[in-house]
Design a protein around this ligand. Sequence first.
Ligand code: SF4
Length: 178
Amino acid sequence: MGKVKLATAWLDGCAGCHMSLLDMDEDLVGIASAVEFTRSPITDIKDFPEVDVGLVEGAIGNVAHEEEVRELRKKCKILIVLGDCACFGGIPSMRNRFSKEEVLRRAYIESESTKDGKIPSSPEIPPLLEQALPVGAVVKVDCFVPGCPPNARAIKYALTELLQGRIPVLPGEMMRFD
Ligand code: SF4
C-alpha cells in the first residue's frame, strides 16, 4: 500500500495545534513512514494536491481562510479539524460579540500602544468575515479533535485510526481536559 497523502491548513490559529502535531516526538517517525506530507506550513508547499486526509488548525476568520478550507475540502477524502479554534471557533470567536468595525478600530486605532493608528486597507489583506467561524460552519467535517491544543496522544490516535482505514472517533477519556 502506498503512503497516505496528508495536507494541513493553518487558518485563524496560533500554530499551537501544528506544534502539538510535531509533539508526537519519536512517534512521528512511525507516522512519517506511512504518511506523505504535502501542502502544510511544515513543508511550505503552496498548493493542495488531491490528498487522502486534510487537517485544519484554526477558525475561519477571513475570506482567504474560507477559500482555503473550501479548496482543501474539495481535495481531501477525510477532513479532520484540530483544536478548539477549528472545532468550535475558540479564541478567535471571542471577537464575535463585537462588530467587525469595532474589532478593527480597537486593534489598529484604540490599542494602548498605538499612536496615530490607521486600519490597514491594502487590497492584499484578506477582508475579515463579520464573525470568526468554526470549520464545520462552512464545510463538512469528518472528525473533530478538540483541545487547546489537542494533545499529541489524541492526534496520534486519530492518525493511527485513519491508517487502519477507520474514521477516528476519539474515546471519552481523550475528550476530557480536567
Ligand atoms: S486551539 Fe489553541 S493551540 Fe490550537 S490554534 Fe487555537 S488557540 Fe492555538
